[in-house]
Design a protein around this ligand. Structure first.
Ligand code: SF4
Length: 336
């Protein structure tokens, strides 16, 4: 059985970012204004650790948000040192960080390794240079490729995050990015649809009429296709869609774009819809479907949408689980 895994997330908004990527306003995305100090980090760690009842849970401390390896080395060490007593006592297994691909080199990796950094997530965003240029990322796809290779050489778990619907992006470029992420040996990924956030350069471009974000329908469609590519390539998708911060949920920080608090659910609903819809070509009164444990809600669909489509054709639709099944396997029977 897979071990339960928990990240203790510490957000470090926009700390040490050399650029302001056009879509980004980390302070708004992370929903907090202050960079957390040592005491705040310790309090967060203690609170999380106390709430974990299953002692076999694997716990990592995650420095998310900005550009961790862009911070002066002495500050990186301070952040990393805070976690060391918990690693020594076995309460935390290691650290994960997120950073920019152009802020990774052998010296940095040796330091991170020394402090038990087990996972590095690089904001690749796209592996198309034109998309990177238009998004003012300040690095090229070759930076991501070199950084990914270095991280793998240091035997550190590699995450490559991507965004869809950036300026200049088309589905083919996003699909190419996903395939390259697999080829580069990533262990995991996150897919973030581009949103127009208040206070970003993208907001100005959007108001000028020079950028249109993906619609929610398109973002779900693209993500469902990327999901299949990553699934086939054996890359775990840790996240689909941005974390629904208070500012995004209230709409206060969101100018435009495909935000939905249950974005992952919508994508999984779309994947099941594709599979189940052909059943509407069959004749009968009752449709019984068996799926793998954990998949019933996705098969039924967000707000029951998939089941509702099937109910337009069948009088009764029952979805149940079968232990031996995995993934999106299913079997069905039709009672006439
Ligand atoms: S996307 Fe990352 S690198 Fe760009 S400004 Fe935001 S935090 Fe900095």
């Amino acid at each position: 059985m897979n071990k339960k895994h928990i990240n203790i997330p510490i957000f470090i908004p926009e700390l040490a970012c050399p650029f302001q990527c056009i879509y980004c306003n980390q302070r708004k995305i992370s929903g907090q204004l202050e960079v957390p100090g040592k005491n705040a980090i310790i309090t967060t760690i203690e609170t999380y650790l106390q709430s974990i009842t299953d002692k076999s849970t694997e716990v990592q401390l995650a420095y998310f948000g900005g550009n961790f390896t862009g911070i002066p080395i002495s500050e990186q060490e301070e952040y990393l040192q805070i976690v060391q007593p918990y690693i020594k006592s076995g309460q935390i297994s290691g650290i994960r960080i997120s950073t920019r691909p152009d802020y990774i080199d052998e010296k940095i990796l040796s330091l991170l390794k020394k402090y038990h950094v087990e996972s590095i997530e690089l904001g690749a965003q796209s592996l198309d240079d034109e998309v990177l240029r238009l998004s003012k990322r300040g690095h090229l796809s070759t930076d991501t490729e070199q950084a990914a290779n270095l991280v793998k050489n240091y035997n550190i778990s590699l995450g490559l995050q991507m965004m869809i619907g950036l300026p200049g992006d088309i589905f083919g470029k996003s699909a190419y990015t996903a395939r390259r992420i697999i080829e580069l040996g990533a262990d995991n990924t996150r897919i973030y649809p581009t949103l127009v956030i208040r206070g970003t350069q993208l907001e100005e471009i959007y108001h000028r009429g020079d950028f249109s974000p993906l619609s929610l329908v398109k973002a779900v469609e693209w993500s469902a296709e990327l999901y299949k590519i990553f699934e086939q390539g054996g890359v775990k998708i840790l996240k689909l869609g941005l974390h629904p911060s208070e500012g995004l949920l209230s709409g206060k920080d969101l100018i435009a774009g495909p935000f939905h608090p249950s974005f992952r659910e919508l994508v999984l609903t779309a994947l099941w819809k594709e599979i189940l819809l052909p059943l509407n070509n069959k004749e009968g009164k009752t449709l019984n479907i068996w799926v793998a444990p954990g998949q019933v809600n996705h098969a039924v669909g967000y707000s029951g949408s998939n089941k509702k489509i099937l109910l337009q054709h069948f009088k009764k639709v029952n979805l149940k689980t079968k232990d031996q099944m995995t993934g999106r396997e299913f079997i069905f029977e039709i009672i006439r």
